[in-house]
Design a protein around this ligand. Structure first.
Ligand code: AMP
Ligand code: ZN
Length: 494
């Protein structure tokens, strides 16, 4: 079955096909690097990450570009306030964004930065002005003439027919009812960063940044453009207006928008005290894999209500998957195969694909894998799994993890990074005993534990008991429980 995906432009689930052969060209609006990323931001980035992973799994080659907004009103304001350059201000948060993305298993897209594309942005404005799609005001700013783009409002389904011709707005963000000519280029203001360019001094507006960089990287028409639902208007509407009025071509074929995350049923906000960065959650002792699993568990178009109960539940789910894989990898099985298990594995792979093909229904894909784990665990308990059943079960887990990315355990080292970062920001007092314990006990990765368990076993077989006892003590100290079972030696984390 073909991949079906919701397109905000048509308000319908459509069959997805790449515009050019087997290659998908996609662009996601990345973070504005003026602060640490919060869990809402990462809901969106994880959803887009899963989309690109699934496209690859479905056989596409994916060219995935994300911008780093290292220049916008907020950044300019904060850099001027702190008396530092824009680059100095954003460097810290860009680094934090990359570390956080890696922490929650996001595969890094090709990153492009606004500040590195100022000259082409100015040229783009000049071309718009040449066609009278943009005009210059007395102070040297440029605005897009939305009256020249009759389709304005098509993405956000807003009717702007009664709008004020020539009324202007120079903020990057503004609300839905104020459709105005928006700033493409902003004249310099005292104390603010600006660049000398072919159209004069100034800086680009946020909307322009994404149009120029996406088309430069992916061409005038590309397959998919993504972001959180708040970007539909004005950001994406403006990107379409600028790009399509200049090229006369469809800018992006599919528009992919991720629904906003709520926290304990409410909009996340600093004033409500329910605002969490990824690092806040790790400081509380939660594993990055639990966070990723939870953020991935609700299909991207449905409301995700983040709760701490949900996060604990996610940790249990990840642990079940890891323990199941562990049982399969260390167990001793009789030769042969069992047809029921063989078809369980193949049926699971089929169900996972069908779920993701259905507009990325991640919840159903998770349900499919847990059904397999439940039934296969029962079979394991009853000695109903044979040697040849193990590879297909492991392959199904692998397929799942190609998208979900939670089974491999590297939580310990990642949590340690946050533990070590906290004092550098004066946040020592936010380190909970849970994080401290996790860091002290969980610094070995799965691969390291498996290696040590194998060494311990080899030493025991060679009757080098001193060596095997030392290895066992080391593993115990690292919070690893070793059990001798009829299936052989098994380990799990405390
Ligand atoms: P920003 O750094 O504010 O530009 O946002 C980066 C990305 O996160 C954008 O795609 C936003 O739409 C998205 N985003 C912001 N807040 C939330 C939220 N509460 N839930 C989901 N996505 C969000
Ligand atoms: Zn953008």
């Amino acid at each position: 079955m073909a991949f079906r995906l919701y397109n905000t432009m048509s308000s319908q689930v459509e069959e997805f096909h790449a515009l050019r052969g087997n290659e998908v060209r996609m662009y996601a609006c990345g973070p504005t690097v003026y602060d640490y990323g919060h869990i809402g931001n990462f809901r969106t980035f994880i959803a887009v990450d899963m989309l690109q992973r699934f496209l690859r799994q479905s056989g596409y080659t994916v060219r995935y570009v994300m911008n780093i907004t290292d220049l916008d009103d907020k950044i300019i304001h904060n850099a001027a306030r702190d008396g530092v350059s824009v680059q100095q201000y954003t460097a810290k948060y860009e680094k934090a964004f990359l570390e956080d993305s890696a922490m929650v298993g996001i595969e890094q897209p090709k990153l492009v930065r606004a500040t590195e594309h100022i000259a082409p942005m100015a040229e783009f404005v000049a071309k718009l002005a040449e066609k009278d799609l943009a005009y210059r005001t007395g102070d040297g700013s440029y605005y897009f003439r939305i009256a020249r783009f009759p389709r304005y409002g098509q993405l956000s389904k807003k009717d702007f027919s009664g709008m004020l011709d020539g009324a202007r707005i120079d903020l990057d963000e503004y609300d839905k009812d104020s459709a105005r000519d928006f700033a493409l280029w902003k004249a310099p203001k005292p104390g603010e960063a600006s660049w000398d360019t072919s159209i004069g001094a100034g800086r680009p507006g946020w909307h322009l940044e994404c149009s120029v960089m996406s088309m430069q990287e992916l061409g005038e028409s590309f397959d998919l453009h993504a972001g959180g639902e708040d970007l539909i208007f004005p950001h994406h509407e403006n990107e379409i207006a600028q790009s399509e009025s200049l090229t006369g071509k469809t800018f992006a074929r599919f528009w992919f928008h991720v629904r906003f995350l709520l926290v304990e049923g409410e909009k996340m906000s600093k004033s409500l005290g329910n605002f969490y960065t990824l690092r806040d959650l790790v400081l509380k002792g939660h594993k990055p894999s639990s966070i990723r699993y939870l953020l991935a568990s609700v299909p991207y178009r449905s409301q995700l209500n983040f709760t701490f109960d949900g996060l604990k539940q996610a940790a249990v789910s990840v642990e079940r998957l890891r323990n199941f894989r562990q049982r399969l990898t260390v167990g001793n099985f009789l030769p042969g195969s069992c047809s029921e298990i063989q078809s369980l594995a193949s049926e699971t792979v089929r169900r996972m694909k069908a779920s993701l093909d259905d507009d990325l229904n991640t919840a159903q894909a998770q349900a499919a894998i847990f059904e397999m784990v439940r039934r296969a665990n029962a079979a394991l308990d009853a000695n109903g799994i044979k040697q040849d059943d193990v590879p297909p079960l492991l392959a199904a887990l692998e397929k799942f993890d190609e998208i979900f990315g939670v089974i491999k355990d590297d939580d310990g080292p990642k949590m340690k990074q946050v533990f070590e970062w906290a004092p550098t920001e004066g946040r020592d007092h936010d380190i909970t005993p849970e994080l401290r314990e996790a860091v002290e006990s969980g610094q070995l990765s799965d691969a390291e534990i498996e290696k040590k368990v194998a060494e311990m076993e080899a030493a025991r077989r060679a009757r080098s008991f001193k060596v095997s006892d030392a290895l066992r003590a080391e593993l115990t100290a690292a919070g690893v429980v070793i059990e001798n079972t009829k299936d052989g030696v098994r380990w799990r984390r405390k």
